[in-house]
Design a protein around this ligand. Structure first.
Ligand code: 5GP
Length: 210
């Protein structure tokens, strides 16, 4: 069971479409090279500029369903009813066992599933400064059809409703401040007593266990 053995922090970042969670993740990873990004698998087509194995592992439905059957996902979702998205289990477990922190950028339902399977996961909700800003960001993205924007807006409003279920909420207004907040969360989580296996000897000397 990964619950008892994993030492790294499993940091799950999610939030509605258009909130800029991808930008927050990128900046976090650039400043904290010790944090490992879990690359998800998806059946959706690559967008311009997306790279296989970096943005996603792009799969056919058949390949994805074979991976589901083989139990290769920590969690997976039919996110918009058209495409599968999933977190490959092996990479996450390996990094956590090795004591490295792992970042998942997944949708809100996926985040809830991860928390059920792995209660020590730290769930961070990236929120917009206002619903108005969120709507503007969804329209301004410019990579999708009007219908797709409308669907994403409806999804985004539904996703906002799960905010109270998260461990932390970070508002993405000024990027630098949002990233700093996520770093603060990570620093605090790393200091949790049960994770301080580096202090086993100190505890022994004091006549206790962690
Ligand atoms: P996009 O198609 O814009 O890259 O992503 C659509 C949604 O799928 C986003 O909310 C993204 O966070 C989510 N997503 C990406 N990877 C995963 C995953 O592995 N699992 C789940 N549950 N959602 C994911």
């Amino acid at each position: 069971m990964i619950e008892n053995e994993a030492k790294g922090v499993l940091l799950v970042l999610s939030g509605p479409s258009g909130v800029g969670k991808g930008t927050v993740c990128k900046a976090l990873l650039a400043r904290n090279p010790e944090v490992k990004l879990s690359v998800s698998a998806t059946t959706r087509a690559p967008r311009p500029g997306e790279v296989e194995g970096v943005s996603y592992f792009f799969k056919t439905r058949e390949e994805f369903e074979r991976m589901i059957a083989a139990g290769e996902f920590l969690e997976y979702m039919d996110v918009f009813g058209t495409n599968y998205y999933g977190t490959p289990r092996a990479y996450v477990e390996q990094q956590l066992f090795a004591g490295d922190d792992v970042l998942l950028e997944i949708d809100v339902k996926g985040a809830m599933n991860v928390k059920r399977i792995f209660p020590e996961a730290v769930l961070v909700f990236i929120a917009p400064p206002s619903m108005e800003t969120l709507k503007k960001r969804l329209v301004g993205r410019g990579t999708e059809t009007e219908e797709a924007v409308k669907r994403r807006t409806q999804e985004a409003f539904a996703e906002m409703k799960l905010m109270p279920k998260y461990d932390y909420v970070v508002v993405n207004d000024v990027l630098e401040e949002a990233v700093r907040s996520v770093e603060t969360i990570l620093e605090a989580e790393r200091l949790r007593a049960w994770r301080r296996t580096d202090l086993t000897n100190l505890c022994k000397e004091a006549g206790t266990d962690l």
